[in-house]
Design a protein around this ligand. Structure first.
Ligand code: C5P
Length: 309
């Protein structure tokens, strides 16, 4: 007989981080339409927060507040909604939950904010519903929900393969200082992959993360890491949003160690040497008119974690 489901706590608060891709190599589309990836993710200190509280059986309710909330659906198109539904379905019980999502990660920014919501929801619902599942148990469900969701559970610095859903922690030392420049508006991920295909890319051969990047991480060498940052989706993202070009070019003037478009964009991530440099760059970018706003973050940070309520 199945274990009885014991009632969990009254509310569970979980936060999950945004990610940047230190390297993102993209292959030709597979028969299922997804592109094979060789990527390295790093979780950074910009967090989505999800609070799960009880609702009537079978009722899944979502409320969204914070950064870009008006652009986020609250119905079953919301990835957090789908995460709760998928978990309830797997358990085979009409479980209910109210999810309050407090957004800090901009929408359609290449930072996996929606994936962070889904990862946080899996952890929160598992606890609220008294299911006793750990991150390892939740990984297959995370992979079903989206390519970036498993990494949002895991956090840290990790190598991603498959369509991005297969993650393994990377040997990485050091703490890195990043300034994220947020663009006006977002870029839909499918459109960026489509433009990548249209531009007739030549995937790298061998199709793997460079040894230089892995060495930089192993040694905690920010200067080398800055030189190794690469993103095959940068060209299509710049093509779709040409105003980003000036932002990327500004890296030299600002003496950043490196610059890269994050994931499918349009957020641009600048790597700098210290907290002081990051604060200077944040101020300079905010005043430059080249972006909507800029934000200092550090990485790596941990994946989805329960917070005290
Ligand atoms: O997995 P996820 O739902 O985040 O993917 C969103 C979209 O991005 C997919 O529908 C697909 O168009 C594109 N994608 C892709 N190859 C990947 C990941 C995403 O083509 N590896």
């Amino acid at each position: 007989m199945a274990e009885p489901i014991l009632p969990g706590p009254l509310a569970v608060r979980v936060r999950a981080p945004a990610k940047i891709n230190l390297t993102l190599r993209v292959g030709r589309p597979r028969p299922d339409g997804f592109h094979p990836l060789a990527t390295v993710y790093q979780a950074v200190s910009l967090y989505e927060e999800v609070t799960a509280s009880p609702a009537d059986p079978g009722v899944i309710e979502v409320r969204v507040t914070g950064e870009g909330a008006e652009q986020v659906p609250a119905d079953d198109h919301n990835l957090a909604h789908r995460a709760a539904r998928l978990l309830a379905y797997q358990i085979g019980e009409p479980l209910g939950v109210t999810l309050r999502i407090e957004k800090a990660v901009p929408v359609a920014a290449g930072l996996a904010g929606g994936s962070a919501d889904a990862a946080a929801t899996l952890v929160a619902c598992s606890l609220l519903w008294g299911l006793g599942l750990d991150h390892q148990d939740l990984l297959p469900l995370a992979a079903e929900l989206g390519s970036d969701v498993p990494f949002a559970l895991l956090g840290g610095t990790a190598v991603g393969s498959g369509r991005g859903e297969s993650v393994a922690p990377a040997l990485a030392r050091g703490n890195y200082h990043w300034v994220l420049a947020f663009a006006d508006g977002g870029l839909p991920t499918p459109a960026v992959y489509r433009r990548y295909d249209e531009l007739g890319p030549t995937p790298p051969d061998p199709f793997e993360v460079s040894a230089g990047l892995m060495n930089a991480l192993r040694n905690g060498d920010a200067e080398q890491l800055g030189r190794e940052l690469i993103n095959d989706l940068q060209a299509p993202a710049l093509d779709l949003m040409p105003s980003l070009r000036k932002l990327v070019e500004a890296a030299e003037e600002y003496r950043a160690l490196g610059v890269v478009v994050s994931g499918s964009g349009p957020t641009v991530a600048f790597l700098v040497a210290s907290q002081a440099d990051a604060v200077d760059l944040t101020v300079a970018l905010s005043a430059s008119g080249l972006c909507r706003s800029a934000r200092y973050v550090t990485g790596p940070v941990t994946g989805a974690r329960v917070l005290p309520t």
